[in-house]
Write a protein of this length. Structure first.
Length: 86
């Protein structure tokens, strides 16, 4: 059974929140807040791949896909929907 968007967002918000000292909202930009360096960005990609069973391709490595918990959840949902027929 597929996770719904709100559940994905909540899970990713919890993960993103581990990077911050203050509570984050679903639309808080972790890059603009200075919470992410290049190593942390790679950790986020690996976390998303391993946790949600998707492959993040080179073309997917856009900041907008991972900028907020809500955007990351939408990205995961799109990837899962695209892989459903495979």
């Amino acid at each position: 059974m597929e996770q719904r968007g709100a559940e994905l967002t909540a899970e990713l918000l919890d993960y993103f929140g581990s990077m911050a000292t203050a509570e984050l909202g679903a639309d808080d930009d972790i890059f603009a807040l200075g919470l992410v360096n290049s190593l942390r960005a790679l950790e986020i990609v690996v976390h998303v791949e391993q946790t949600y069973g998707i492959s993040v391709e080179v073309d997917d490595l856009e900041l907008d896909n991972f900028r907020t918990a809500a955007r990351a959840a939408a990205f995961v949902a799109r990837k899962r929907a695209g892989n459903a027929g495979l």
